[in-house]
Design a protein around this ligand. Structure first.
Ligand code: CU
Length: 143
C-alpha cells in the first residue's frame, strides 16, 4: 500500500514538472538614453531585447538601480505618443520582447550622478532578479 502511494507520488511529480515548465530569461543589447531633467540631473529611458527561451510566460514587474536606492524606476508603454506607467510587461514563452523608443521601456527618475553605464537588477515574477548593465547614450531629439 505504501509502495503504491509512493509510485503514484513520483508519477504525479513527473507529470507536473513536464507540463508546467519554467521561463528562461536573458537580455541583449541593453542601453539607456538620457535627457536633462527639469530641476537638474537626468532622466533615463532603457531599451533592450528580453528573451524568454523557456517553456512558460514570465512578467517584468520592476527594476532596481544597483547602489542607488534614491532612484525611482517605472515601467512604461507608449499610447498615442504618450508614456503611460504599467505594472508589468509580459514576456511570453519562446518570444523576444523588444523594449524600444515609442514602445514599452523602463524609465529611471531621480538618479543622482553622471554615469557611462548603469547597473541594474530586472525583477521578474517567476525568474526573480537578473542583473544587467546598460551603456548610457545622449538622447538626440529628431529635428
Ligand atoms: Cu517613459
Amino acid at each position: 500500500m505504501f509502495k503504491t502511494g509512493l509510485i503514484i507520488a513520483f508519477v504525479l511529480i513527473f507529470l507536473l514538472s513536464a507540463c508546467i515548465g519554467s521561463p528562461e530569461i536573458s537580455v541583449e543589447g541593453a542601453y539607456a538614453l538620457r535627457e536633462p531633467a527639469e530641476g537638474g540631473g537626468y532622466v533615463y529611458a532603457l531599451f533592450m531585447g528580453i528573451i524568454n527561451s523557456g517553456k512558460a510566460d514570465d512578467y517584468l514587474t520592476g527594476a532596481e538601480v544597483i547602489n542607488h536606492s534614491e532612484a525611482r524606476v517605472e515601467l512604461h508603454k507608449t499610447v498615442a505618443g504618450k508614456m503611460v506607467p504599467v505594472n508589468e510587461i509580459k514576456i511570453p514563452k519562446g518570444e523576444v520582447v523588444r523594449l524600444a523608443p515609442g514602445y514599452e521601456h523602463i524609465m529611471i527618475f531621480n538618479l543622482s550622478g553622471d554615469f557611462k553605464e548603469i547597473e541594474m537588477d530586472l525583477i521578474f515574477r517567476k525568474s526573480g532578479k537578473l542583473r544587467i548593465t546598460a551603456k548610457v547614450r545622449e538622447y538626440q531629439p529628431a529635428k
